[in-house]
Design a protein around this ligand. Structure first.
Ligand SMILES: Nc1ncnc2c1ncn2[C@@H]1O[C@H](COP(=O)(O)OP(=O)(O)OP(=O)(O)O)[C@@H](O)[C@H]1O
Ligand SMILES: [Mg+2]
Length: 325
């Protein structure tokens, strides 16, 4: 018998043989008892759809966080995934990258974090189908001091996202963080299921990683036990230089399979696309930069799918111990 389980916007095919003697996973039984997959992360109660919330984080500046956030979001949307990009940087480059002038917006992420405005009210549809944006602007730089005095200051964004998911269903929420491990970034990590860490293929890029990973560990211990690193993404890779190859090999040796197979090459079209305030899949879909980000998008979807499968199998084992192999 072939059983299909739907969760997180994905369909997972499991072969659920009725033959117990082979020890096949009894997912059908598991499903019928309504043991739900882990919430990854917020669920819309009407649709049952879960949104995968992913922070793009590295306190090192200029390593490709915003380029990754904008282009991953746009590619996810182009592949039919309903996606929300949240700009958490006062510079507002992700906002600008989608053609919206940061100072022209009526409501921004600042109003959500400080003035208790709902994410739904601050949402702007982007010009890419399936893509919405919560913009940011320089007002957010004042939020650091203001947020420090608020009750539940680390989880304001998580609460706002939970409320958003009551009325809206997104397959993915992508959070573009500023180059700082400040309270706004901590809000992003507290609200996320996954983290993507872009690292530039450069000798000094690994400096500061210890601080980033210890922050993630503390957040896991104290605020968000579900948080995990989805992948380390090597960016600005120049295949002509020995340095890029050395750094890539060091990063792979150190972080092993946590490193995405996809490497984002240095590609001038990515610069041009951001200057023209468009994602690369619209600006130049045939460019190397566009192909790299499309490949990353497929890898992100596949990784999340495989983590979900692992989790379902683990839960099935715990529930029906011994039945699965
Ligand atoms: N693969 C790439 N090829 C060419 N240029 C790139 C690439 N990735 C990013 N850039 C350029 O490098 C600069 C920094 O990239 P980006 O803004 O994405 O980094 P960031 O980590 O968000 O920076 P910050 O920490 O300041 O927020 C930008 O001008 C961007 O257009
Ligand atoms: Mg940025």
């Amino acid at each position: 018998m072939n059983t299909t389980i739907c969760f997180g916007g994905f369909r997972s095919e499991y072969l659920c043989g009725a033959d117990k003697s082979t020890g096949a996973v009894r997912i059908a039984q598991y499903e019928s008892k309504q043991v739900k997959a882990r919430e990854l992360h917020s669920t819309n109660p009407k649709t049952g759809k879960m949104g995968h919330i992913i922070s793009i984080v590295n306190q090192k500046g200029g390593c490709g966080k915003t380029t990754t956030a904008v282009n991953l979001s746009a590619w996810l949307a182009s592949k039919g995934k309903k996606t929300l990009l949240i700009d958490l940087d006062p510079e507002g480059y992700a906002t600008l990258g989608l053609g919206i002038k940061p100072n022209s917006v009526e409501l921004s992420i600042y109003d959500v974090l400080i003035n208790n405005i709902s994410l739904e009210r601050a949402t702007i549809p982007a010009f890419v189908d399936n893509l919405d944006l919560i913009p940011s602007n320089p007002v957010l730089s004042g939020a650091q001091l203001e947020i420090a005095n608020l009750l539940g200051r680390e989880t304001i964004l998580r609460v706002a996202l939970n409320k958003l998911f009551l009325s809206k269903a997104y397959d993915f929420v992508i959070l573009d963080c500023s180059p700082s491990l400040n309270l706004v970034t901590i809000n992003a990590l507290a609200a996320s299921k996954f983290v993507i860490v872009p690292i530039q293929a450069h000798y000094y890029s690994l400096h500061g990683m210890k601080e980033l990973f210890s922050t993630i560990t503390i957040i896991k211990e104290r605020i968000n036990a579900d948080l995990e690193i989805l992948g380390i993404l090597v960016t600005l890779f120049d295949p002509r230089t020995k340095m890029s190859h050395h750094v890539l090999s060091d990063i792979r040796d150190y972080f092993k399979d946590k490193v995405f197979g996809t490497v984002v090459n240095t590609n001038v079209k990515l610069c041009e696309a951001s200057m023209n305030q468009k994602p690369i899949c619209l600006y130049d879909p045939e460019s190397k930069g566009s192909k790299d980000y499309e490949q990353l998008t497929d890898e992100v979807i596949a990784r999340i799918l495989s983590l979900n499968k692992e989790y379902v199998a683990e839960m099935a084992f715990k529930t029906y111990g011994g039945f699965y192999k």
